[in-house]
Design a protein around this ligand. Structure first.
Ligand SMILES: C[S@@+](CC[C@H](N)C(=O)[O-])C[C@H]1O[C@@H](n2cnc3c(N)ncnc32)[C@H](O)[C@@H]1O
Length: 247
């Protein structure tokens, strides 16, 4: 996060409107040759255009009515691909701004022959607000989102109201959110924000036990190597319902 501008007072763009506070930093030039090759060859087949403007039609996108789980910020997407491969009866939509990661996951889709995974390259929050119908998402996966450790950057965290209200609005009744971080301060604040979000209930008395269906992600492995432990939260849209993102 070094060198990131503090957007506390959002600067104005050419239009004079305040720029939205982003949860990510776009870094150019971080794409390998093979990611670029796979991106160029496969994006037209498996990526859904971000700027189409129409509401997303999931049955049309996947060719079936299976439940849809959205992963926000999949990074390189190895865990995404593994989860999709293990759960062919669930559709997965990965949303990521990092083009290299999109290229990498496209390569995994081809390698594993996945029919139940699509990608949108873009800002997940913009997509949710503008193109995802309310009550249409069975689950959200948020694995190790950027922790934005400095206090003045906390407003960029994904798990923060009103962003959590947006996630809740998009969930089907009984749908769930699975969030994991290895930054204790983020885990605690995310728990408070989710507790305060109307319509959501914690499936566990506090932090969730390790969700065994969840493969280790790249960021998780880095944290483990540095001695950090993952903290998990599983919230449901209705307390009595089963959590679908466990796939
Ligand atoms: C710290 S990385 C974690 C990647 C992966 N989940 C893992 O555990 O290895 C967070 C990722 O979230 C992406 N991201 C952050 N905010 C996003 C947003 N609003 N829409 C899409 N992707 C986002 C970033 O580009 C980055 O790749």
């Amino acid at each position: 996060m070094r060198g990131v501008q503090d957007n506390h007072t959002p600067p104005t763009g050419d239009s004079g409107k305040p720029r939205p506070v982003r949860t990510y930093v776009r870094r150019s030039g971080r794409i390998t040759e093979s990611q670029k090759r796979d991106y160029d060859a496969l994006a037209s087949r498996w990526c859904v255009p971000a700027r189409d403007g129409r509401p997303l039609n999931f049955p049309e996108m996947f060719g079936n009515d299976n439940p849809v789980v959205i992963e926000i910020g999949f990074g390189r997407g190895n865990a995404t691909a593994q989860i999709a491969a293990g759960n062919p009866g669930v559709n997965y939509l990965g949303i990521e701004v990092f083009t290299g990661g999109v290229g990498h996951l496209l390569g995994e889709i081809r390698r594993l022959g996945l029919a139940n995974l699509r990608i949108i390259e873009g800002d997940a929050l913009e997509l949710l607000a503008g193109r995802v119908p309310d009550g249409s998402v069975a689950g959200f996966h948020l694995f190790f989102p950027d922790p934005w450790p400095k206090k003045r950057h906390h407003k960029r965290r994904l798990l923060r109201r009103p962003r959590t209200d947006l996630l809740a609005a998009k969930l089907t009744p009984g749908g769930g959110i699975c969030f994991v971080t290895d930054i204790a301060d983020y885990a605690l604040s995310a728990r408070a924000e989710l507790d305060a979000t109307p319509g959501l209930a914690n499936r566990f008395p506090g932090f969730a036990p390790r969700q065994t269906w969840r493969p280790e992600t790249r960021f998780e492995a880095k944290g483990t190597a540095q001695g950090r432990e993952p903290l998990e939260l599983v919230y449901e849209k209705r307390p009595e319902s089963a959590c679908i993102p466990t796939g």
